[in-house]
Design a binder for this molecule. Structure first.
Ligand SMILES: [Zn+2]
Length: 278
């Protein structure tokens, strides 16, 4: 096992940042290719003009900066999505590394990867593939069991049962919100993909994190994701009141911010609540 002195060394943080950037690049490939049913391994990266991109122009973040955001072969502007997913993943991994031991980093790093891919695909296609949600829920339960045995417990996760409780509670709360919303609005308001994603989030975070992801994620998303979504889609005429929003990124934002920023205060709040409820 890696000595813990090295895990806490700033150099390790730099490696984690680089790892995050490389994985962010891979996640972006997943987001683009999975909805089109193209293999995520072959063919190798290609420019939109069809020419293959040599590896030395394909280094995350650095290549973007050196090339000024343009393709080397034909000069076309590269989509912002590339650098965005690289920087986002790198920063999230760095923040996670600061707060976790190696075992927690492994489990929650996988969780972050699932959330980024699920959110990206939901943002573009308004659907979330089952391997992120159902597969993610299974990984979340395994992760709960794993952390209960190996982790020193910064996040104090209490194992597989807590994961299953989180999965069931998280998905059922969102399912009932969806049922009520459909009853009132007389149309589908929240898709079943979001309900399954919520099961995955609950499996990784437990009941408290699941509840925060739904309500905290919605509140945080309204002030951060909604304006971005509007900017991205304003050219389309159909953007108006009542347009469909991808809800997956809201839930993912709630989950990530719970784990990185709000866990202590939210858990304390819930422990008071449980005393009150007897
Ligand atoms: Zn090109």
């Amino acid at each position: 096992m890696m000595p813990l002195e090295f895990w806490n060394h700033p150099l390790c943080g730099l490696i984690i940042f680089g790892l995050g950037a490389c994985l962010g690049s891979f996640f972006n490939v997943c987001i683009i290719r999975i909805p089109k049913n193209i293999s995520i391994i072959f063919p190798r990266s290609r420019c939109d003009c069809g020419r293959p991109i040599p590896f030395f122009y394909n280094i995350p973040i650095i290549s973007w900066i050196l090339l000024g955001g343009r393709a080397r072969c034909c000069g076309r502007k590269l989509e912002l999505q590339y650098i965005f997913s690289e920087i986002l993943t790198a920063i999230l991994f760095l923040l996670l590394w600061q707060r976790s031991d190696p075992w927690e980093f492994l489990v929650y790093g996988i969780f972050f990867g699932l959330l980024i891919v699920a959110s990206g695909i939901d943002w573009v296609t308004m659907t979330i593939p089952d391997f992120c949600t159902v597969g993610g829920a299974i990984l979340g339960i395994l992760g709960g069991v794993f952390l209960a045995h190996f982790s020193s417990g910064n996040y104090i996760f209490c194992g597989g049962i807590a994961s299953i409780r989180g999965m069931l509670l998280g998905s059922s709360i969102l399912l009932w919100i969806a049922v009520f919303a459909e009853f009132v609005l007389n149309k589908e308001a929240i898709g079943f993909g979001d309900v399954k994603l919520m099961g995955c989030i609950g499996a990784f975070l437990g009941t408290r994190g699941a509840i925060f992801s739904i309500f905290g994620g919605t509140c945080l998303g309204m002030v951060t994701l909604l304006p971005i979504w509007w900017l991205c889609n304003r050219r389309k005429n159909e953007v108006k009141f009542g347009s469909s929003l991808p809800f997956g990124p809201f839930l993912a934002l709630g989950a990530v911010s719970y784990l990185l920023f709000f866990k202590t205060i939210i858990d304390e709040y819930f422990s008071h609540l449980e005393i009150l409820l007897g």
